[in-house]
Design a protein around this ligand. Structure first.
Ligand SMILES: Nc1ncnc2c1ncn2[C@@H]1O[C@H](COP(=O)(O)OP(=O)(O)OP(=O)(O)O)[C@@H](O)[C@H]1O
Length: 303
């Protein structure tokens, strides 16, 4: 459904490489995640896919249509929710919806079934100006506006950034329902925990793809044993571990440090516990840790 081959894009007369040779495929009906930190190039990729910007090189097809040639047809098939709130703040909920429906030559009534589940939650506020909605409600309205012309593909740029935890959960539940209706979804997020909710993910940093696979496979391919370490003084624990000659990686993860070693054969948890005790640490807890996407991302970055 979405096919990118070697897409590159630079800014500032070539001085800034926003995308460097991005290739990926998202299948029909798939929920595809672009996972990466700020500045990774996610928005630039969406701008290219939505025909708002041309790549410097490479090819992109959407359902077989070329983003450079079939601009009008592609736009009618896409629903796009940009990262920043894109709706008209001075228009009410209903006026925004009607406006977007009119742009695509349709009506809210004609496609109501497509947005019903989400709109029901907005209905009590239908006469409220969009600018006066809560963050979660704004996000639901933006999703309704992106869906109102019954697109085949939904492109969502960081839809959950800055949204509270409950609204985030609800939003992903809405995406799962839209996917069940057969819509292909590409969604970007800087939140690694959301990666697990996608069928396939591309981990992206500084315009390059570090890995593309299912979240399960990415975690399974984590290349070495991982441990979680804790002590009374977590900051000093991290400082000391980073000086240890055998440490491969050591970074804070909640109330623990996630730790891996260069030479696994030269280390054991009891030996490490003793070494930490000798260095004056107290309340030491050392245990095995199953890697999560964030561990994989950091490991891939190291390479
Ligand atoms: N129009 C532009 N002109 C110059 N540089 C740009 C432009 N758009 C993006 N960039 C730069 O390209 C790089 C990728 O930006 P992009 O917005 O695509 O990343 P992102 O992953 O969406 O991150 P964010 O969440 O911060 O927007 C960044 O270094 C950004 O500053």
């Amino acid at each position: 459904m979405i096919s990118l081959v070697n897409i590159s894009k630079t800014f500032n007369r070539g001085a800034l490489k926003a995308l460097s040779g991005i290739s990926l495929e998202a299948k029909s009906g798939e929920l595809f995640g672009l996972i990466g930190p700020d500045g990774a190039g996610k928005t630039t990729l969406f701008r290219i896919l939505t025909t708002l910007m041309l790549p410097d090189s490479g090819d992109a097809l959407i359902n077989g249509l070329d983003i450079k040639k079939d601009v009008t047809t592609i736009r009618s098939k896409l629903g796009y929710m940009p990262g920043r709130f894109s709706l008209y703040q001075d228009l009410t909920v209903d006026e925004n919806l009607k406006f977007f429906a009119t742009l695509f030559g349709t009506t809210v009534r004609e496609n109501y079934a497509q947005i019903r589940d989400i709109y029901i939650q907005l209905e009590p506020f239908k006469n409220r100006r969009a600018g006066k909605l809560s963050g979660g409600m704004k996000q639901k309205l933006a999703l309704c506006c992106a869906l109102i012309h019954r697109p085949d593909i939904l492109l969502l740029d960081e839809p959950t950034t800055g949204v509270d935890a409950i609204s985030r959960k609800e939003f992903w539940e809405m995406l799962a329902r839209l996917k069940a209706d057969g819509i292909t979804i590409m969604v970007s997020t800087p939140y690694m925990d959301e990666a697990n909710l996608c069928d396939t993910i591309a981990l992206i940093d500084q315009g390059r793809i570090l890995s593309i696979d299912t979240p399960g496979n990415i975690v399974r391919n984590y290349p070495r044993p991982l441990y979680a370490f804790k002590a009374k003084n977590l900051y000093r624990l991290q400082q000391d571990l980073r000086l240890h000659e055998n440490i491969h990686s050591c970074f804070a993860f909640g109330e623990y440090l996630h730790v891996s070693f260069r030479d696994e054969s030269a280390v054991s948890l009891p030996v490490m516990a003793k070494w930490l005790e000798e260095n004056g640490h107290q309340e030491i807890i050392l245990k095995n840790q199953t890697p999560v996407i964030e561990d994989c991302f950091i490991d891939l970055l190291k390479h």
